[in-house]
Design a protein around this ligand. Structure first.
Ligand code: HXC
Length: 510
């Protein structure tokens, strides 16, 4: 009996060594943690339970039968984050470069199936050289099995990918189908074809970092949602995010204790809007001053900064925030900001997270770049996403809400539940100057007349009352009472039930 127990411990010890001390040291020397160290940091202490520790590959080509490692390059299992169940896989770069074999894929699929069955998020810590070259098509099949599960799990349980090393070839497509992608600066990259292939095919010379590093994907491509300084920071941020999210699509987001009075007034908001309507101000100030304890978890902070997306809590309940940012491009909607916000709104709707929208938008960004790039279709994504969403939706217009952008930004007409405006709101087809120049083109030579016309237009339309008179705005509220009003609004909507007509699925303009 004692021998058997010892044998178990020996085997366990063997598996825990991964690819051996030399490779672990190499991993550490790159500033990277090992697969197991990452799991230890991600999960509550002592909560990790491992699956398939003794699984090894079945490949016999290229002498592989003599080279086997327990676990086959991925550590899988489940544990808790602040007491809540999550499933995790963590690729072990010290074993065949974390490359994906048939059995490695089966391990990942097993925990994904468990996660779907038991309604808990899947967190993937990716650090892999891609398909296990020695296994050929068996490894490609393994990838496709994972992809299919990513698709089936989408909208059922939250899926989070952390890229903590190379992620190349088809390997990028599993993370790409998950809800959030985080990267680690300077040690992770993602691309479909690496720098060498790029050089051969297009003659472009580019480094791996330039082609697919964290900066590229958080600022240019928008493939990644955030980048962090090191493994530790990335893992702590995943814990913070998990705390905001429901475990699955049948559950409400977690309700956390809060210490911030829902009735709290903030008098400084009464002067947030500058006297001059063309002056910017920081919309983040409003978000932070509205949130419980000023806590804001921003998503895609470095991309399309004219739109802000992220999570706050109101009375302890998670709320998704979508807001125009007047500091960047005057808060205009454009291709990138529409795509960014549309994806966020759809995530919130899929997981029953209510949506708070702050509006200060002068319209869609004009230009050939936008039109040729398909702003019509991309803008329509956001319109579609807001319009199909059935979660509680509260909207506050702080200043401009012009033209089509007014309609798009969770207006009453696309099923906004509460549509508030500050007294500083201007809800109109366009700004006064532009409107006057079109309506009174023949008077353009006469500056005095045009100024008077502009003033007339402003007096008539540059306010929230025309919309309020029609019931498009439910109430004009004092800026300082914003937190109190939106908290009350969401509280009244806790039992909201709204359904869309039956369909197989919609056809959002992709
Ligand atoms: C098997 C691999 C491997 C792979 C790395 N290794 N990638 N083994 N299959 N795909 C092994 C190496 O042999 C080495 O083994 C160890 O992992 C570490 O690799 P190094 O090259 O020494 O590390 P480093 O210099 O850090 O470079 C890492 C790397 C590089 C950039 C990932 O290894 C690399 O380019 N690998 C190949 C990447 C690739 O082309 N993958 C296939 C993509 S196509 P030892 O024994 O020396 O420790 C693909 C298709 C999927 O994924 C399609 C799905 C639809």
């Amino acid at each position: 009996m004692k021998d058997i127990l010892q044998e178990l411990e020996r085997r366990r010890g063997d598996a825990r060594e991964g690819g051996g001390a030399r490779r672990v040291e190499a991993q550490h020397s790159k500033g990277k943690l090992t697969a197991r160290e990452r799991i230890e940091l991600l999960l509550d202490p002592g909560s990790f339970e491992e699956f398939d520790m003794f699984v090894s590959h079945r490949c016999t080509d290229f002498g592989m039968q003599d080279s086997k490692y327990s676990g086959d390059g991925v550590v899988t299992g489940w544990g808790t984050v602040n007491g809540r169940l999550v499933y995790v896989f963590s690729q072990d770069f010290t074993v065949f470069g974390g490359s994906l074999s048939e059995t490695h894929a089966q391990k990942i699929c097993k925990i994904m199936d468990m996660a779907m069955q038991n309604g808990a998020p899947v967190i993937g810590l990716n650090d892999s050289g891609g398909a296990r070259i020695q296994e050929g098509v068996a490894s490609l099949a393994g990838y496709a099995d994972v992809f299919q599960r990513n698709i089936m799990a989408s909208g059922v349980v939250p899926q989070i990918s952390v890229i903590m090393g190379p992620c190349a070839g088809g390997a990028v497509y599993s993370p790409a189908m998950t809800d959030f992608i985080f990267m680690v600066k300077d040690s992770s990259y993602m691309f479909v074809t690496g720098p060498d292939v790029v050089k051969t095919v297009t003659n472009e010379v580019v480094t791996a970092e330039e082609l697919g590093g964290a900066k590229t994907h958080t600022t240019k491509s928008s493939v990644a949602d955030a980048a962090f300084e090191n493994d530790l920071e990335a893992l702590m941020e995943v814990r913070r995010l998990i705390d905001m999210l429901p475990l699955n699509n049948r559950e409400k987001p977690p309700h956390r204790p809060f210490f911030d009075d829902p009735e709290r007034l903030d008098m400084s908001l009464d002067t947030l809007i500058p006297e001059n309507p063309n002056m910017p101000y920081d919309m983040k100030e409003l978000i932070v001053k509205t949130a419980d304890e000023g806590d804001f978890y921003e998503i895609q902070a470095e991309f399309a900064k004219n739109m802000i997306t992220g999570f706050i809590r109101l009375e302890g309940q998670t709320v998704g925030v979508v807001a125009n940012q007047p500091m960047v491009l005057a808060g205009c909607l454009d291709i990138d900001s529409s795509r960014k916000a549309a994806r966020f709104v759809r995530f919130c709707d899929a997981f029953e997270i209510p949506i708070l929208t702050f509006v200060d938008v002068p319209g869609f960004l004009p230009g050939t770049g936008q039109e040729f790039g398909g702003v019509i279709k991309h803008g329509a994504k956001l319109l579609f996403a807001f319009g199909e969403a059935t979660v509680p939706k509260v909207t506050v217009i702080t200043r401009k809400a012009y033209g089509g952008a007014y309609d798009v930004m969770s207006s009453k007409h696309i099923r906004g539940d509460f549509n508030y405006a500050w007294p500083t709101a201007e809800i109109a087809v366009m700004g006064a100057k532009g409107a006057t120049e079109i309506l009174y083109r023949s008077e353009l030579g006469d500056a005095e007349k045009i100024a008077a016309r502009t003033k007339d237009y402003e007096d008539r339309f540059a306010n929230p009352f025309v919309a309020a008179e029609r019931g498009f705005i439910d109430e004009v509220i004092q800026p300082h009472s914003t937190r109190k009003r939106v908290c009350r609004a969401f509280a009244s909507l806790r039992n909201k039930k709204q359904t869309n007509p039956w369909k197989k699925h919609d056809n959002i303009p992709l």
